[in-house]
Design a protein around this ligand. Sequence first.
Ligand SMILES: Nc1ncnc2c1ncn2[C@@H]1O[C@H](COP(=O)(O)OP(=O)(O)OP(=O)(O)O)[C@@H](O)[C@H]1O
Ligand SMILES: [Mg+2]
Length: 508
Amino acid sequence: MAQRKLDAAAEIELLIRARYPVVYVESYEETRVLGILQDIADRRGKRLFVWTVTEGLRRYGAGAAAERATVSSRETDPMAVLDIVGRSKENAVFALVDFHPFLEDKKVVRKLRDLARTLKASYKTLVLLSPVVNLPPELDKDVTLVTIPLPDEAVLRKVFDDIVESLRDSPKVKLELTDEVCEQLVKAALGLTAAEAENAFAKAIVYDAALTADDLSTILAEKEQIIHKTGFLQYYRTREDIDHVGGLDSLKGWLRKRGQAFTQRAKDFGLPAPKGLLLIGVQGCGKSLTAKAVSSLWQMPLLRLDLGALFSGYIGASEENTRKAIAAAERVAPCILWLDEIEKGLSGVQSSGASDAGTASRVFSTFLTWMQEKEAPVFVIATANEIAQLPPELMRKGRFDEIFFIDLPKDRERADIFAIHLRKRKRKPESYDIARLGALSEGFSGAEIEQAVISALYDAFDEGAELEQRHLEGALTDTVPLSRTARESIDALRSWADTRARFASSKP
Ligand SMILES: Nc1ncnc2c1ncn2[C@@H]1O[C@H](COP(=O)(O)OP(=O)(O)OP(=O)(O)O)[C@@H](O)[C@H]1O
Ligand SMILES: [Mg+2]
């Protein structure tokens, strides 16, 4: 435990001195870690070699080129590089960058274990450097893990202050920095590495030769880039706000009450950060809409996780993808992680094992464990419109804060939804009898009400007339709502929800 308190660089140095054979360094900051290793190597009179799959093994650091290349190889095969390390007579640190995919291969794992034994009796250390941890259990005893956390606010503040300091005397750059603006800009950079933050600040300055509150968006855009790189996470920009959600008063109240829940003030008060919500309900009644609206209500970025994309071709990769997605979400935290239509992504879980060597269920349990234990302020919103396919573990206490059931809207709620969609299309709801529209649209979902408004607009436009009550009423009589044909499945959903979920709308 005492080691925990050391900073990462000191910890790595200690491990190398104590001849730990294999050290796994988890970090996004490759250059920084290689710099740390270089310093250690210099201090300890060791050489540093770096291997990548594209370049093979090379001597690293200043003066490396002038030196006689004792170990240098274009060898890009992971088995072969382990051989070279084993045979080498150097007093050296060997850093293998992004070696984690090769740990899927049982032969590589075996070889690494054998190598670890011989390294213990040598002055060689193997360092595996990677942004994700992917350690097969066989290696637990032979490999020591060091995690280099992303820089915290204080570190980023230092980066920021250094930049600002260097600009003080520059007449060309306009600085408009109150304490509050500085704090905002630094906070926005949380989740970036020190180098990325420096770049983001620099970019913000270069853009308009100024550093002001307006630069917040440049820095947030940098974070968006990071998310983009992961592939299965999508940074979702949305303009939906909570006033665009009709009805659902209990759910909205729950959300409003937790708007400040991620602040330091709430923490000091003793409040735990909310974990997440599961929204189950009838098609087209506002599940996805609510997820989007929470993002603007809480002013947190919305990341949509594509469950389908997580299940990539080969076994093992899916789990790595899951870990990557989780890590990326934690990097931009506080944020909302949105899993839309979760039942589609999880439908394989129950049959998993027979069908896909258990990948789906392993991905799922990685996720559940994370949900249970996560400390980073990542709020999960999962939506589903079927319950039959949802694994029961998902519903267990401790995962989500609450399971809400979203039913078809009631009279008043439907009137509300009419008003929202009329307003969205630049019509004044006061000009129509929306109470009557609410009453006439019994059984309609929110999506169907929206469609009715659109279809009424088409009718009016076609006539060359302004939208009138009769167009809206006409559109209603022309539509057979889904609830009429899907009566049974909706009833089943309702009776399930009756005992297991909280209703998103209060009972009238
Ligand atoms: N409660 C509501 N208030 C206002 N508009 C709504 C409401 N419910 C649905 N809508 C409208 O219908 C559209 C579709 O709704 P949404 O995508 O949220 O449905 P969903 O519950 O996610 O359905 P699905 O199960 O099909 O994914 C929304 O974009 C919105 O325009
Ligand atoms: Mg939806």
